[in-house]
Design a protein around this ligand. Structure first.
Ligand code: NOJ
Length: 762
């Protein structure tokens, strides 16, 4: 077909299209009168509520308040405010009777009888605590994550909670940032898969079910890019990076049906996220069609005064409301100023109606108008099934990073010295953001080993907590080690050292843990280092002194039995790193999906600074992108993790080496368990777009699949993707898939290039 033919054809098609549109519009008009064209019944109900609501009540729906946990009684002014319709939501009301009473006042005594929605940070479990989200991401098992968040919702809803401030899906490339613990790590694809799993788990099959929680994709956006990993700090993210990396998981959250979003504390390229209409209006609402509501973070609207973006709280409210930020968490700038702003024509009541509509829509979808109360029977808490699921998730989140001479798993009858501040720390192993988890229900590794007669256990804490610098108890620990066959050293960070506002500039083991490991190493007994922490820990000073390293993150309520099963070999470790693990803090940010640069590293030419001759000439070392001291490699790459078996990949195939844009491509590989034990393997598929109209990362995770194989068993793994999955947000500010050369790797981790395939996209 010639170009002219194409033009004529397109033109005819357009005329025909317009004709069809006119016909269909006509038929709609003839069915109903134009003004009451049938709408979604929920929207009709909202119309009728809005038509009778006073301006004060509308403003009231935008308010989220909390109650200080130090105040026992429900304050009278809070009840009065609900009675007047001045509050739309509460957070952190943890007394069931209070929640019921507030709801009763709202639905029986307030003017429009609109139910309240109760929110809470249910991040990785409610009472039954699952591993921290970074650990859950390490499972590379979205269905486990979905099951865990379903359980969290079932438990939390017995307290009247119907909205959780999770998942946190900020891309995190900086382990200094304390909130990396709450993230799914550095990769947009893995984080997207996790986002989807959390949303589906929290929200269940039907948001109206009394055990469903509205999810909240947070923090929109750029919080994880905080400068230097310092919490709350500035994020400068160019449009390319924003779309190709940071926004991706949030788009997935919208597609998965996340009912709400939360803005972030940071400013993004100079404009605080809580008043950023580019992200809140242009992208979230217009481009993505999000129809839930957006809540600010805690005081993040009024903090724009500190940002220097608003001169006072009134101006802050004006800026946020004009960016269509629907609900204000804790601060009261909307309550105090919206009426005045509307009177001054700085915002319109019509626009406010849109905001109230967004909030009411979610209240309807949650079924709160039909069933505002909740079943407070909490006998389901810590249900056996919940504990089993928490244990399974912990088992799948523990990464084996080092295993010299296959020292793990431990043989039975070993005489074990259990040492270290995290061996029996029931509160610490729960991790950050566990307001409701109770240490009395935690099973620690020490308890697990002690309760099994197969193992002869001696215990010496050595250090009483992770930051402890006192060497007073070293002697006892060394004595215990000397009279044992092997040392299990439980090291790491207490829960309080990661999470919000808990960034660290030095990510070595805190306190005197390294010193104690050094002393124990001198005993000559093998050391298994088990880390419990909210972030990767730099191991340079100790890694050669230990024989095995297990990263358990903060593994939650069932961390003890999970670790025991891994250490003793009942379960083969199967988790993989969701973040690149640096050797030194100075390498940060370090992530696998970096750009190639004009002078990529040439490994053979790298000269460490200790080997540079004295008086060396300026250009004698070559000019590539690396550190003279830390080199160019991380300690462990993204996607890395060992197990007790081994896997062979063979019989690779690709459906086409010359696919056309728009085609579906299938890649197959035969995976064989060549080891002696049944084990799980996560097969990872990476790609590289070799030449682009924007420079592209050296590698991007495209798919992964976790399979289980018996010893000797083989299975074909098939990955299917469309060429749209290779698209990127290009220089024209549009998503494009460009033709040209691509590489694919079927890999065990991000640096594994053994199995490479190529294709040319036409
Ligand atoms: C501040 C945190 O940034 C946010 O993630 C959390 O949900 C709110 N506080 C409420 O606790």
């Amino acid at each position: 077909m010639t170009f002219l033919h194409l033009k004529v054809y397109t033109y005819r098609f357009l005329i025909f299209g317009v004709f069809v549109m006119m016909l269909s519009c006509d038929s709609k008009i003839s069915e109903t009168s134009s003004s009451n064209y049938p709408k979604d019944p929920v929207e009709n109900k909202i119309d009728s509520i809005l038509s009778t609501m006073s301006l004060e009540e509308k403003i009231g729906q935008t308010a989220q308040r909390g109650k200080s946990s130090r105040v026992k009684e429900l304050p009278k002014d809070l009840k009065d405010a609900v009675r007047k319709g001045q509050i739309g939501s509460f957070l952190n009301i943890m007394n069931k009777e209070d929640a019921k009473e507030l709801q009763r006042i709202a639905v029986e005594e307030s003017p429009s009888k609109i139910p309240l929605i109760f929110a809470r940070d249910v991040i990785h479990g409610f009472k039954t605590i699952f591993p921290i989200p970074l650990g859950q991401a390490a499972s590379f098992n979205p269905s486990l994550v979905q099951e865990g968040s379903r359980i969290a919702a079932i438990e939390a809803s017995t307290y009247g909670i119907r909205w959780t401030f999770a998942p946190m899906i900020d891309i995190s490339r900086d382990p200094r940032w304390g909130r990396i613990a709450e993230s799914a790590g550095e990769d947009p694809y893995l984080t997207s898969r996790m986002a989807e799993a959390y949303v589906k788990g929290f929200q269940g099959e039907d948001l109206a079910s009394p055990t469903s929680l509205a999810a909240c994709a947070k923090h929109f956006i750029g919080y994880g890019a905080a400068e230097g990993g310092r919490d709350y700090n500035t994020a400068n993210i160019n449009d390319n990076l924003l779309h190709n990396v940071y926004l991706k998981p949030f788009k997935t959250a919208v597609d998965a049906g996340s009912a709400t979003f939360m803005t972030s504390f940071n400013d993004l390229n100079g404009i605080p996220a809580s008043a950023n209409s580019y992200i809140l209006k242009d992208i979230l609402r217009e481009e993505w069609g999000f129809d839930g509501f957006v809540v600010s973070d805690w005081n993040s609207i009024i903090e724009m005064v500190n940002h220097g973006y608003a001169k006072d709280q009134k101006e802050a409210a004006e800026k946020s409301i004009n960016a269509m930020l629907d609900m204000e968490m804790t601060s009261t700038s909307y309550h105090d100023h919206l009426k005045e702003l509307i009177q001054e024509d700085k915002f319109s009541e019509k626009e406010l109606d849109k905001i109230v509509r967004n909030i009411l829509r979610i209240k309807f979808r949650l079924g709160l108008f039909d069933n505002p109360y909740f079943d407070s029977d909490d006998t389901i808490l810590y249900d056996k099934k919940h504990l089993t699921a928490a244990q399974k998730t912990a088992e799948e989140s523990i990464i084996l990073l080092k295993n010299k001479n296959n020292i793990l798993p431990l043989g039975a009858k070993s005489k074990i010295a259990i040492i270290g501040p995290l061996a029996d720390a029931p509160h610490e192993q729960l991790g950050t953001w566990t307001f409701d988890g109770e240490k009395e229900h935690t099973i620690t590794p020490l308890q697990s080993f002690k309760s099994d007669d197969e193992y002869m256990v001696q215990y010496s804490k050595g250090l009483s907590y992770s930051r402890d610098k006192s060497e007073n108890d070293f002697g006892d620990a060394i004595k215990t080690a000397k009279s044992s066959d092997i040392i299990l050293f439980f090291a790491g960070e207490e829960a309080i050292l990661s999470g919000e506002a808990h960034s660290r500039a030095d990510i070595n083991l805190p306190g005197a843990q390294e010193e104690l490991i050094t002393e124990l190493h001198k005993t000559g007994k093998p050391i298994i280092l088990v880390l419990m922490a909210g972030r990767p820990i730099t191991l340079g000073n100790i890694k050669d002194k230990v024989d095995a390293v297990l990263m358990a993150w903060h593994p939650g309520t069932m961390g003890g039995p999970a670790l025991k099963n891994i250490i003793t070999g009942l379960v083969s470790p199967s988790a993989k790193l969701p973040v690149t693990w640096p050797k030194e803090v100075g390498q940060i940010p370090i992530h696998y999906n970096h750009k190639n640069t004009g002078r990529p590293v040439i490994p053979e030419e790298f000269v460490h600074m200790d080997s540079i001759p004295i008086g060396a000439w300026q250009s004698s070392l070559g000019n590539t992108s690396h550190y003279l001291d830390a080199g160019f490699l991380p300690e462990y790459p993204f996607g890395y993790g060992l197990g007790y078996s081994s896997f062979k990949y063979s019989n690779f195939s690709i459906s086409s080496t010359n696919p056309k844009i728009g085609e579906t491509i299938t890649v197959k590989v035969l995976v064989t368990n060549t080891g002696d034990v049944k084990a799980k393997e996560t097969v990872q598929l990476y790609f590289r777009d070799m030449v682009g109209s924007l420079t592209r990362p050296v590698k991007e995770l495209l798919r992964f699949e976790k399979i289980i194989l018996n010893s000797g068993e083989s299975k074909e793994v098939e990955f299917t993707f469309s060429t749209n999955d290779l698209a990127f947000y290009g220089p024209d500010k549009k998503w494009i898939t460009e033709s040209g050369n691509f590489k694919l790797w079927i890999a065990k981790h991000a640096l594994d290039e053994e199995n490479e395939l190529e294709f040319i996209l036409e």
